[in-house]
Design a protein around this ligand. Sequence first.
Ligand code: ATP
Length: 241
Amino acid sequence: MKTDRKILEIKNLHTYYGSIHALKGINLEVYEGELVTLIGSNGAGKSTTLGSITGIVPASQGTITFEGTDITKMKPSDITKLGIGVSPEGREVFGGLSVEENLKIGAYTRKDPKEIANSFEEVYELFPRLAERKKQSAGTLSGGEQQMLAVGRAMMSRPKLLLLDEPSMGLAPNLVDLIFELILKINQRGTTILLIEQNANMALQIADRGYVLETGRVTMTDNARTLQANDNVRKAYLGSA
Ligand code: ATP
């Protein structure tokens, strides 16, 4: 359910890699229950934004507030504990561990075995392919299956905010459709999502609102339907005039 409660607020965020000024004053908000997408070309700063939210690439200026708590300078592990789950770009599953073990790791911040069992059930219900491959080592899964596992693992922490970094990357077209369907389903079941995507077309189809990032700056933000219809967005990101 969408509410008017701000779950994430980024204000004037600047992030550097040495002398490279990757984020140049980003402002972004996510409300409880929303599915918000951040789109942009290669190198625009999408992953860096995610890295700054999770504390992996610390911000040098500006503030990031999660449910009223300033997380700008917090350690990644403390940010996870507050309820931010991440499915990183490039999947990054633990190849030597089984599907089940990977999912278990996702639940490491939780204690109640009954609730963890419920989450396992939910993930297996959403991703039957993972249920069929519980004991298979993650390294031998196909690319699409690894992507599902990365999303499933992030869900195992039962996050209040789920951050997804390019979940459709490198997937065959039928799997791209499936992964976006599942993302929408996860959102409709109540998880707030910030979705980072180069596939602007699909992302805007399922999102409530979108932000367009260009070389470290937000150049446009609006509801997803309006962005989809915008000429500049169509030319630059949707491959049509
Ligand atoms: P892509 O869609 O290609 O993943 P992106 O929008 O996620 O791109 P970022 O990865 O956030 O873009 O990169 C933003 C800028 O920061 C780029 O100019 C990139 O070269 C630079 N950058 C990213 N990571 C590093 C790093 N570890 N060291 C130095 N510069 C970096």
